[in-house]
Structure formats: C-alpha cells, structure tokens
Design a protein around this ligand. Structure first.
Ligand code: ZN
Length: 329
C-alpha cells in the first residue's frame, strides 16, 4: 500500500516537473533570437539556455552550439602581417546559458561567464602555476625561441591518446606526412634548446577520413563528430589554418584542423617563394590540439600567432614550447 502511495507521489512530482519544464520551454521560445542559425552574442546576454543552432560572432565567424557541458575553441594562425582574428571559446553551461570569449573579452550570458571564468581559473590552477604563462618576457634586441620561456594554456588537456585521421580532399600539397610530423613534435622524448623533456602527450594516426574537419570557412567551428580530422578548405584571406578543440570540463575530446586552400604550401626543407611551410604550421596547430595557446608574436616560439613564408624554423620547439608541453603532460 505504501509502495502504491509512493508511486503516486512520484508520478505527481514527475507531472509537475514536466509542467514546469514546458513552461520554461515556452519562455525560451518567446526569445526567437536564441534559436536557429543566427543566434547573436547580444541575444545570449539574456541568459537564454540554448540546446541547438548556430552562434554568429560580430566578425561573422559561426559556431554550431556545442552540447551542454561542452566547450569549443577556435584557434587561428595568421599569415604574418595579416590581422589576427582572435581566439574564440564558447561554452554551453546549459541552464546558465552560453559563455563566449574572444581573446580576453568575455560576453554572452553573465551567469555562464561567471561560471566558466571560475572553471578556467580552477583548471589552470590544478595544472600548476606558471610564472611565464600569458605574459611576455622582457623584449630583447634579438628575440630567440631558445631564450623565451613563455607559454599559455587553453585550459584543456587530453586524458588519453589523440586518435586522428586525415582528409586529403582539396589538399594543396601531399600533406599527411608533414601534418603527422607536426603532431609528433610534441610527443615522447623531446629535445630542444639543450633541454630534454619526456612528454606523455600522444597521438596515433588512424588513416584517411571521408568526413571533413569541423572547421568552417569563416574560421568558426561546426559540430563535434567524435572523430578528430585534419584536412583542407577555404579560409579567410590572411588565415593559414584554424584548429577547433572540443572539451568537457577541461578534458579534450576532439581536435579538427583546417588548412587553407587559398595559399601556396611547401613540404620541403628547401622552401622557396611565397609558400608556407606546412610542417611548421602543423606543429603550431598541434600545439593547440594538445592544449597550448598563443604567445606573443615577438616570442619567436612555435606558438606565436602568425607565420611568415618558408618559416621552417617553426618545425622546432622553442624553450617556452617545450616548457608548455612539459607542464601539460
Ligand atoms: Zn594559433
């Protein structure tokens, strides 16, 4: 008898919950700008919960709304001299709405921003403090990647090996070997600038993919597919490549890389002309893939935000790059 009563009470609670939930849904529905394929950052400031659709930044970059509890980050690398569009991070907190970050500027739902700022701070603190992080060392007359100890973190790391695939569609050069080398630059026994570290970052190339990387032509991020893919496609003028990293509570779950089909590339060590060194740029992209952010352009490090033509030196980690991967893994 008591069981029946308990069941009836449980049903009553469930019905009440459904009623409240549908009421909430109707309220969200009354704010059409928080749905669909053109959700503006300004509309997110209302704190609306968003479960699907596309967020469009003021600069036109588009992001498929990540699942609740997921953060997606877009990290571009620019051609030297071109404008840096800025690093983007978008977190779906669920009820508190979406937090948007472009470089160090936060926007979106205030409650989500408070929550995500605290979470990022907490995660970075858990990874250990780094005096050099997010700061630049005193500028010297001749910046050298072996005298600069700076690095920054995305607040993300892999808890497992990165399994990834390559999509050759549209490739400007036969690129898989160079992109694999870019990944391997961060894994295993590393030696650079007279210093050795053992990196536990690891990756495995699984072969070719037919699916495209989840990076959009404007430099935003599409949907997370569950498969990490490197590939090719058009990107805005001045952008050489974009990496998108999806993570949950600081644990990376997917990394996709898109290399621009609008510029000329080289895979040779004897690079000449107005070509960009694919292996060097891929080393930079994989630095993001493993959780490193940008350093100052003057650092001369692999993780500086822009590359010059034939910059084969970017294939080799500088001191800050080495310290960064060592701190993360
Ligand atoms: Zn970058």
């Amino acid at each position: 008898m008591s069981l029946v009563t308990a069941g009836a009470v449980a049903i009553g609670v469930a019905l009440a919950a459904v009623t409240v939930s549908s009421g909430g849904g109707a309220a969200v529905g009354a704010t059409p700008s928080c749905r669909g394929d053109h959700i503006t950052v300004a509309s997110l400031a209302s704190g609306c919960a968003v479960s699907s659709g596309t967020v469009v930044l003021p600069d036109g970059r588009r992001f498929t709304v990540p699942p609740v509890g997921t953060t997606v980050q877009a990290l571009p690398v620019a051609a030297s001299g071109a404008g840096d569009p800025g690093d983007v991070s978008l977190t779906n907190t669920g009820r508190a709405g979406l937090a948007v970050r472009v470089d160090d500027h936060w926007s979106g739902s205030p409650a989500a921003v408070r929550q995500e700022r605290a979470a990022v701070q907490h995660r970075n603190a858990a990874l250990g403090s780094t005096s050099g992080a997010a700061t630049t060392t005193a500028t010297t007359s001749a910046p050298s990647s072996c005298s600069n100890k700076t690095y920054t973190r995305l607040g993300v790391r892999w808890a497992s090996r990165v399994d990834w695939r390559y999509n050759a569609t549209g490739q400007k050069v036969a690129g898989v070997t160079a992109i694999r080398a870019g990944a391997d630059a961060w894994t295993g026994a590393l030696s650079s600038c007279g210093k050795k570290v053992a990196s536990t970052a690891s990756d495995r190339y699984l072969g070719t993919a037919t699916e495209a990387p989840g990076v959009t032509a404007a430099g935003g991020c599409g949907s997370s597919s569950g498969t990490s893919v490197a590939g090719w496609g058009s990107l805005r003028s001045g952008t050489l490549a974009v990496t998108c990293v999806w993570s949950r509570s600081g644990v990376a779950v997917e990394v996709d890389e898109r290399y621009s089909t609008a510029v000329a590339w080289s895979v040779s060590t004897t690079c000449t002309g107005t070509r960009f060194d694919l292996r060097g740029v891929a080393t930079h992209e994989w630095g993001h893939g493993f959780g490193l952010g940008h350093t100052a352009q003057s650092s001369g490090l692999v993780m500086k935000p822009a590359s010059t033509t034939c910059e084969t030196g970017q294939r080799t980690l500088g001191l800050g790059d080495l310290m960064g991967i060592d701190a993360l893994y």
